[in-house]
Design a protein around this ligand. Structure first.
Ligand code: AKG
Length: 259
C-alpha cells in the first residue's frame, strides 16, 4: 500500500496522504454509523457543539460556527473498530510507525455545510505528550474534502521543530500561524491523511454546501510512553499490530472517579 518513498516523505514532511484505504462500501458503512451516533447523542441530549473557541476569529463569526464531534467512536459502533484494524490501515501504519502499533484514541468530526467550524493551526502534542513522538493522527475521510469545505492543511516539515508553545495549550499564535499558512490537503472519501502529532495542522471553515465528515484515529508505537498523566481513556493501548514487548506496560494507570 505504501512504498519506501512514501515513508521517506512522511519522515521529511511529517504527513502523508494515502489514497483509497477504505472502499466505497466501507465509507458508506462508517457514514451510516456516524449518523446513528448523532441520532443517539441527540436522543440522549448529549449533543454538543465542539467548535473551538478563542481569538483566532472575531467573536461574531465564532458564535455562528458549528462542529459535531465525539470521542471514542469505536465504543459507539463496531464499524470503527473494524476501521481501526483494517489491513490497509495497518499496512500504512507499519510503514510509518513500525511493526508494533497501539491505538491511543478515536473521534469523529462533522463540519456541517456553510458554517462548519475551523481548527486554528496547532500541534496535537500538548494534548497527549509522549517520550518518542511516535504518535500520529490517521484522519479518515468520509467525504471528498477540499478548500471550500474546510479540508485539513499542514505545514510540511514543521514536526522537525519539536514541541512549540501553544496559546492556553490549544493552538499556536494565529498571527504567526494563520490557517492560510498551511498547505491544503484535499482528499477523496476513503483516503487517509496521516500526520505526526508535532506536525502543525488545522483546517478552515466549511463555506460550501457539502458536509465534511472525518474520523480521526490516533496511533503510537507500542514502546512509546506518555510523559504526562493526561488524556487517559478506557481501552487505550489496544494492540492494532504486532506485540507489546513491555509486559508491565499494558494498560494506562487510570482510576474510576465519581462523576
Ligand atoms: O479535521 C480537522 O479539520 C482538524 C482536526 C484537528 O486538527 C484535530 O482534531 O486536532
Amino acid at each position: 500500500m505504501i512504498v519506501n518513498e512514501d515513508v521517506q516523505f512522511y519522515k521529511e514532511n511529517g504527513y502523508l496522504l494515502v489514497r483509497g484505504v477504505f472502499n466505497e462500501q466501507e465509507v458508506l458503512e462508517m457514514r451510516a454509523a456516524v449518523e446513528r451516533i448523532i441520532q443517539r447523542a441527540a436522543a440522549a441530549q448529549g449533543e454538543q457543539n465542539h467548535a473551538w473557541q478563542g481569538d483566532f476569529l472575531p467573536p461574531d463569526q465564532l458564535k455562528k460556527l458549528v462542529l459535531k464531534g465525539f470521542h471514542d467512536v469505536h465504543y459507539h459502533d463496531a464499524a470503527f473498530t473494524r476501521a481501526v484494524i483494517h489491513p490497509n490501515m495497518v499496512a500504512a501504519l507499519n510503514g510509518i510507525i513500525g511493526p508494533n502499533v497501539q491505538l491511543h484514541h478515536s473521534k469523529m468530526l462533522v463540519k456541517p455545510p456553510a458554517n462548519g467550524a475551523a481548527f486554528p493551526m496547532h500541534q496535537d502534542y500538548p494534548y497527549f505528550p509522549h517520550r518518542d513522538h511516535s504518535m500520529l493522527a490517521a484522519s479518515v475521510h468520509l467525504d471528498d474534502a477540499d478548500e471550500e469545505n474546510g479540508c485539513l492543511a499542514v505545514i510540511p516539515g514543521s514536526h522537525l521543530q519539536g514541541p512549540l508553545p501553544h496559546v492556553g495549550k490549544h493552538y499556536l499564535n494565529h498571527k504567526e500561524h494563520p490557517i492560510s499558512s498551511g498547505t491544503p490537503c484535499p482528499a477523496k472519501a476513503g483516503d487517509v491523511l496521516f500526520f505526526n502529532y508535532l506536525t502543525i495542522h488545522g483546517s478552515d471553515v466549511n463555506r460550501s454546501e457539502r458536509t465534511r465528515r472525518n474520523i480521526l484515529f490516533q496511533y503510537r508505537d507500542a514502546a512509546d510512553v506518555p510523559t504526562e498523566n493526561t488524556h487517559f481513556d478506557w481501552g487505550m493501548g489496544l494492540m492494532v499490530s504486532g506485540e507489546n514487548k513491555d509486559f508491565n506496560n499494558v494498560k494506562p494507570n487510570y482510576k474510576i472517579v465519581e462523576a
